[in-house]
Design a binder for this molecule. Sequence first.
Ligand code: CA
Length: 733
Amino acid sequence: MSEYVRIIALASFTALGFALCLLGCGRDSVPETSAATTGEVAKADTYQAGKVHSNDAGSGDWPSHGLTSDEQRFSSLSQINRDTVKELGLAWFRDMETNRAQEATPIVVHGVMYLTSSWSRVYAIEALTGELIWRFDPKVPGAWARRLCCDVVNRGVAVDDERVYVGTLDGRLIALDAASGSVVWEQDTLVDRDRFYSITGAPRVANGKVFIGNGGAEFGVRGYVTAYEAETGAQIWRFFTVPGDPSLPFENPELKMAVETWKGDEWWKFGGGGTVWNSIVYDQELNQLYIGVGNGSPWSREIRSPGGGDNLFLSSIVALDPDTGVMKWYYQTTPGDNWDYTAVQDIALADMVVDGVLRKVLLQAPKNGFFYVLDRTDGKLLRAHPYTAVTWASHVDMETGRPVENPGSDYREKPTWVLPGSTGGHNWQAMSTDVAAGLVYLPTMENSLIFALSDEWIQTGSIDSRVARWKPGVELGRLAQLILESPDAPESVGVLKAFDPLTGETKWSVKQDYYWNGGVLATAGGLVFQGDAQGMLSAYDKEHGEVLWQFNTYTSILAPPITFMVDDIQYVSILTGGGGADLWGSGSPTASYKYGNHGFLLTFQLGGSEQLPAPTLVDRTIPEQIDVAGPMEHIAEGEKLYNNFCAACHGLFVQASSGIRDLRLTSPERQLIFKNIVLEGLFASAGMAAFNDVLSAEEVRKIHQFVRARATEDRNVAQGRKKEAQMTWITTP
Ligand code: CA
């Protein structure tokens, strides 16, 4: 079944699964468990000899992005546990006044919650009541939204020493006074403001320094990470992850070695990629900083580095000296990345017995589908088991440390489905590491993509280098058609797994209707919390994966839950609102599709009885389209233009389910000003920038023609006049 047909079929499927779950998934068959006392907390903790968990130290805070500096996201709090969780209820909620995706991990220090929402806005909130203390709006220009691959998101702040640090979408790093929210200092972190750089990740602060990277590899940028002095904002060092123009001096000495692994003479013009947009972890014990490095730009290595090469340090985990930025070691997960396989996913540090030896390890499940266990003293590979279905490589050779690629995953000859697809087997949604159990609770995806070399490259030997365009080097213009033509499109699914990184075994798993779900938190209360695309915040038994508790938020969830304790009461908090990197694939009947995308901040406690506003179904009646007639070839051209310039936000097949407008629902009045919206930026303040620098009036007319043709197809299906949409206007590449 094709992806497109499946998306439609999923509607009835999902609704059924949803109803069954409401009836059957929340039953309380609670196993025997230990008493929830603070004494138990201390005992549960002993495996962590020498480690400081602030939750454990009695403060109850959630002081940094991954809870502790080793970012295990495993809380020792256990007041909410297998026995008591059935009493868990909403203590308070706050409407964050956004319908865009929310991805942040809130920080809780001394009873105050610091978090970000969309547009890099920062909030300080009373953790006990949800009352606003202050709000800081960095006033990111609305038109900046066009520079983002994946919506106007932010994954959180860092808090240290009465300061709050935030990176903004438009590339600024700002230090705020924690008490007042006033600006202490502000730095421009971008090396080139004309290229489409952005910041969505949380800064990390350690040893008097603030560390931040950026994103933008889909648009063609060159990745780097920078350290700033926390006190003043002065730049200390900068580490570029990929070499620039080889005729210029190397900015950091490691690039001399890296440049030998790049071929051709074009990569630095595209930027090369290698952005550090998510994981930056400071190792207190070894005084090392680990950065997760992103995919190549363009994705296709045939275009990026013709003739091969590993393309260091793409898709790598790199250890740096945090004081100087000098590299200590690296491990490349995907040499010569060809599939958007970032290694920016969250990194956890732990002490684990591996083959009889207690080792200081680093754990990561990058997009490529293998779970890496490295010795973090020297980067030595200890394990690399697949954590999900993988078709691009057969295995990782433990002698060489390199993946063994399957020849079938090379898409130069013909379009090829590859697992994992570009969303990865795991993305930025956080995992939780349970060292005592030897498990990670991992939000995984089986979601493949059909890769094909770009038609433009095949026909002209070049790709459009304009900065305002996605430049993956794989065919986007015909992507929907490639999916429709493919007889063997695999099913997509999300799977929450309790995964043993040393044996590669999955202890238990929970299958989810939709692949794009939230981050994970596990606790010493025996629980694994996760929010999902269907709007459920669930607590699973960490022994068996059985659902012990659920709360329906009626909106999709991506952000990870956190937990904290104030005045001897344990709380669980989470942000809601879906979207993010899933905008391409949206249109499925998730909670946000059915009930709208709502940005709430929710906080739960035992006995909580607050209620969210009653959900209302979104009216998805597609209005009659005006002036639909037009030459088929114009619609076909419009489809290619739409997929190249619009689909990353408005969805492939013109189906959008999160906070970004579903263009099929455009009213007749708005259809009359479609051209003005796209070319002149009528709604630039909401993120819809003017495209007059890359699109002509004639091209916009063709895009509009295609949008109306798609809307008409789906209107006919909805009204029973057609069985399914065909999209038959493109017959040849
Ligand atoms: Ca990417």
